[in-house]
Design a protein around this ligand. Sequence first.
Ligand SMILES: [Zn+2]
Length: 501
Amino acid sequence: MILVSVLIVFAFWGLKNYFGAPLDLAAPDVETKEEEQEYLPPERNIYDIKAIFDGQNKFQVEMNFTYVNNTLDTQQELYFHLYPNMFSSSKRIPFFKADFYRAFPQGFSLGGLAIKEVKQDGKDVAWSMTQEDQILHVPLGNPVNPKEISNIYMQFELIVPKARFRFGYQTFGNDKMTMSLGNWYPILAIYKDGKWSLDNHQAVGDCTYSDIADYTVSFTVPSDDFTVAASGVLKESYLSSEGYVYVYSIDKIRDFAAAISNNYETASEEIDGIKITSYFPPEDKRGGFMALNVAKYALGIFNEAFGKYPYPELKIAEANYYPGGMEFPTFIMMDSAKYKEDNLSNTSLERSAAHEVAHQWWYNLVGNDQINEPWLDEGITEFSTAYYFEKRYGEPGRESYFSRQVDTTVNFIKNNPRHMLDPLYLFKSHSEYFAEVYVSGVLFYEDMRSRIGEENLLDFFRSYLETFMYKNVSLEEFKKFLKDKNYEALDESFYNKWFNP
Ligand SMILES: [Zn+2]
């Protein structure tokens, strides 16, 4: 079964893609050794996506998804999130009412992902959509046993709404545009304890809950005026009959995002051997360089504190995302408002950029269910943000951070009925969510530091990263991991205070 599937995958995909480079057949090694290498199955899911952009707001996309069944059960079906379909009807707008004009400055705009074809190992599949078209159900003609692999081919059209969101675009002047491509392709849902996790996107917070996978994504754009900023590393670019092609690739990330604009300049720097690139429009050069500078310092501080960022590049792109900044693996999307002069002097850009860099550890490397347990990544990420200000600027940096973000919020938290461990759908505004989930995270880790000391806290972070790197962690696992450390200073009162509201 494995062999058959592997051969079919090769037929779709070619040996070149599978090994990332052409095989050198002219200089064969010992023959048996080479055969073994040829049939080595992939360890994790692979997304191979080809997207052709029309220069306006549509993409024609083909996706070859190699499913590796790393669960303990035979899978008869797969489920994929179709997040773009949160924009597919004017009857259900995916934001709070108060946010409507921030998300749609020119009024509501439709978007979505229309599936045209799904095949498993070359055979048509009777796919269907559920949950307001936000979930794709793929029944498998050939059930996939544990450790086996199968190829799922999809063809779809993507329509991007005119929205200031992770998935959306904005136009400027006569012919300038910037497109945010986050949560834009069918992504496999998490299967855990015999159940698929199929929560829809919420009005607040992030929606991603996914497994680590390998990605190769090619974007074809109609002219070389367009710059493609994306997760991963640019492997090749060339001119084809359909346009300019940019191929990005990276292994072991949790999601893949991009921003496309015909109005980008770039600037790069390096720290600890990692290349950082900032993308910004010419009029926001100061903000673009500031984002680059913050990303560089944050990466350096977190490399030392938590353990080294394991990828060769990090990109930070000015785009349109009304809530502020958005983390994606090896790629950060920042709202253009952050790059305006006022926000450069009031630390708004700096806080956001440092926060999204910290998410590279807490969300990408150590994943979690961001809808039901958002505190797991946001709490530790916001503490890391405070830690960045403290390490970079010393006591004044810490004081400035606390006076802006924490001191003004402590009373609100005391009097508000929500708890830091609540799921996204219980929060009624961004400010309530920020106070309860982010600021409580700062207070939680501050409390831990004051009890066990900074060295122990950093040791805890490093061992937490090592234990859960490239996995998803649950709140129960987090609590058990912490308790198993047996820190004497963390008594029952500590656990009751934070975990038993
Ligand atoms: Zn965050």
